[in-house]
Design a protein around this ligand. Structure first.
Ligand code: FES
Length: 145
């Protein structure tokens, strides 16, 4: 893959941990790819299979879901439910011939700014190696508002 490919990655981040960790990474002036578009969610338990598939359909080359450490979800089991859903998404992607590694779930605490930067760079590198999404980009007029 060419060095110019900048993967578009959607990051669903729980506001209690991953979003705060992303904020911390910024405060610490740690670099992570700007091509990661962060969507703050109240808990990763709110991220459904359809949200991930829709992100891919709308042009994301990869999707990362980042929630609280296991056992520390503010809604008890939201992150565990999210992990199960991400496993389902990976199975669906495999069935349609898409690499399941385009989607990944991570767990971290709000104090893990450096870890957030690290997983963001890892995810970007992984998607760079996989190349652009095989799903044709939608035309602007076809996009869901
Ligand atoms: Fe963070 Fe549930 S509150 S994953």
């Amino acid at each position: 893959m060419t060095d110019t490919f900048q993967p578009r990655i959607v990051g669903f981040c729980c506001k209690y941990c991953a979003y705060a960790a992303a904020d911390l990474a910024g405060s610490m002036r740690l670099s992570y790819p700007t091509s990661i578009k962060i969507i703050q969610v109240p808990c990763t338990g709110r991220v459904d299979v359809i949200h991930v598939l829709r992100a891919l359909e709308e042009g994301a080359d990869g999707v990362m879901i980042a929630g609280c450490l296991e056992g520390e979800c503010h809604f008890l089991e939201g992150n565990l439910k999210a992990r199960k859903r991400i496993t389902q998404v990976k199975t669906l992607l495999k069935r349609i011939g898409m690499d399941p590694d385009r989607v990944e779930m991570f767990n971290l605490s709000s104090a893990m700014g450096p870890r957030f930067a690290e997983i963001s760079r890892e995810m970007a590198q992984r998607i760079r190696e996989l190349g652009p999404s095989p799903i044709p980009a939608k035309k602007t007029e076809d996009r869901v508002a």
